[in-house]
Design a binder for this molecule. Structure first.
Ligand SMILES: *Cc1c(COP(=O)(O)O)cnc(C)c1O
Length: 242
């Protein structure tokens, strides 16, 4: 089996697993969006994923994404495809990010929110965003702490060119997906509290959580977007940036 066929089959298998996990949790599978994470993946494989029905592509670096979004090959075939930024965003890349991405998952400070808003305003865009919440103590993880979340949401409320849709998190890596489950449950609890406290102008609805190793647990805990790379495209290799 060549790698192209493999990608098509892997996407069907993942979709079937998403559906099963949704049914186990009594949810409608259509509420759950698959984001095919294409970082380090070449254009040919991305094109195959698109042909196999991947309609949302996730990248974690602005520069790498830029080449792909603008590539002729993908532009022609990817009418209606959404590009999402799932990785950390530096303020000095906000301008390009706003030009490239339909949804930015990684707003984690007031300064970044303001800069993304400013850049969106310049091109007359309302930028869809999620706030990345940091739920573990790991030093290297990005995301706003729970303590600073409410002030950040209030800030975002005041920015006219941002449309906040929900929350994203990335738990520490565990071999057993069950160990990630408490983090998923916690993010959902946080979104419920936000909605109950009416701190935002309207209810949030998106929960971006769950990756190749743990997406089924995430769906059972309420994920509406799962970000899946390895399980579709294979291992990225030791040198690949994650
Ligand atoms: C790479 C990445 C993923 C996908 O991880 P896999 O384990 O390959 O599925 C998801 N989310 C973010 C933020 C990533 O950087």
């Amino acid at each position: 089996m060549n790698s192209v066929t493999a990608i098509t089959e892997k996407i069907s298998a993942i979709k079937a697993r998403i559906e099963k996990a949704a049914h186990r949790a009594g949810r409608n599978p259509e509420e759950i969006k698959l984001i095919a994470v294409t970082k380090t993946v070449d254009l040919e494989k991305i094109a195959e994923a698109v042909r196999a029905g991947a309609v949302i592509l996730g990248e974690n670096r602005v520069q790498e994404a830029q080449k792909k979004v603008k590539s002729y090959e993908l532009r022609v075939m990817s009418e209606g495809i959404e590009w999402h930024l799932i990785g950390h965003l530096q303020r000095n890349k906000a301008k390009q990010a706003v030009q490239l991405f339909d949804l930015i998952h990684s707003i984690d400070s007031a300064g970044l929110a303001e800069e993304v808003n400013r850049q969106a305003e310049k091109i007359n865009k309302v930028q869809r965003v999620l706030v990345e919440v940091k739920l573990s103590e790991e030093e290297t993880k990005h995301g706003v702490s729970e303590k600073n979340l409410m002030p950040l949401l209030k800030k975002i409320n005041s920015l006219k060119n941002l449309k906040l849709e929900g929350l994203m998190t990335m738990p520490p890596f565990f071999d057993e997906p069950e160990r990630a489950r408490p983090y998923f449950r916690r993010l959902r609890g946080i979104m419920n509290n936000i909605n109950a406290s009416r701190v935002t102008h309207y209810e949030l609805w998106e929960l971006s959580m769950g990756m190749s190793n743990d997406f089924e647990a995430a769906i059972e805990e309420g994920a509406t977007m799962v970000r899946i790379g390895t399980a579709i495209f294979g291992e990225r290799g030791l040198n690949a940036q994650i």
